[in-house]
Design a protein around this ligand. Sequence first.
Ligand SMILES: [Ca+2]
Ligand SMILES: [Ca+2]
Ligand SMILES: [Ca+2]
Length: 406
Amino acid sequence: MKIKDVVKLILLYLSILASIMVNGCSEILNIDEVPGVKERGGDFIINLKDNTGFMQKLFGKGSVPNAIVRLKSNSLGTEYSFVSDSSGNVRITGLISDSYFISIKRGMLPQELEAIFGAYTKDYVLVNKETKAIELSAGGVSEYEIRLDTISKSALVISEIYASGPTGAGLYYHDKYIEIYNQSEYIQYLDSMIIAIVYSSSYLGLNYRDDPEYIHSKSIWIFPGNGTDHPILPGQFIVCAEDAINHTMNAPQSVDLSNSDFEFYKDDAPDIDNPSIPNMIRIYQPSGNDWLIGGEKGAIIIARLGVNSLIPYSEEFLIPYKNVIDGVEYMADPTKINEKTLNPIIDAGTTGGIQFYTGKSMERKSVFVNNMNELADENNSSLDFIIITKPTPNYHSTWIPTEHGK
Ligand SMILES: [Ca+2]
Ligand SMILES: [Ca+2]
Ligand SMILES: [Ca+2]
């Protein structure tokens, strides 16, 4: 027999096998590959139970509907995907007996989180933390229970802090900015979100790193808007500039920030107001001629908290850690971790190591997950951030700029 004929025969065999398998597994949504000849199994039910109490609060029962369940056969490598029904069950028919890796994901919708917490600050996903594999055996147990736990991820993260000032322009430093990124799958709203600079003073010997509950701040600004005026789309970057102007007019090595999304404008100081760019609203910043972040060291947080809930303390205001969405610290010498000012709950490490007027910036690292660009988010700036040689307003240094970043 010629090689061509052998190939033909194999293809024919595979196509017959494929049609048998597809027709035999009506509940299977995706079949990436066709399982080989092995003992066929009976029916299995996997029941998903919630460890977090979320489902109980929402639906009055602990089962988990609408979860995506993926199984991967250990010996054959074939993959299957299911969605749990309203009783939290996945019914599987005609699967071969084998041990399967199992991955379960149930994203929480923004409106569900709002119903549970009263406000939506973080993305939560229910996952199978404990059970990572199951043995499906025809003639053996046919019902399985898997319990799901939660992992949380900030919907919004600080994706870049540019603070050092450009090269070749003397002491020019008005081109600072903070960039924010929506890493969730949903539209977020920036309205009323806080940007605060963490306060410390080596001169006065004040460092609140070990405060068990609160960020201390003397610079608190919020985004304008009444709730849904300033959306940030999934995969979108936005820039809040110290001054939203084309800085290359003043400093050729600087950057054009005239198309920023927001700017900090201090109306009681000699500051510039670009009329076409919305201004951040100053809640508290008693001194300084503009929004100011340190060129070599500083710590910035974003938080959601009603302005009336800020707690006055001495000449500062307090923001509870539980309201902080993201926080990043940078230091002139990132090895001096014991001199940090931001509590390790918010940021376990520090980025930085940039000198004044070098034009360098601090960018959250890109990681490639499921063929998608994502940003590192370990709540540890030592791991999550890298230093880049020039600022990247509204884009990422290693991503091809597209409409919404991804
Ligand atoms: Ca300004
Ligand atoms: Ca403006
Ligand atoms: Ca950027």
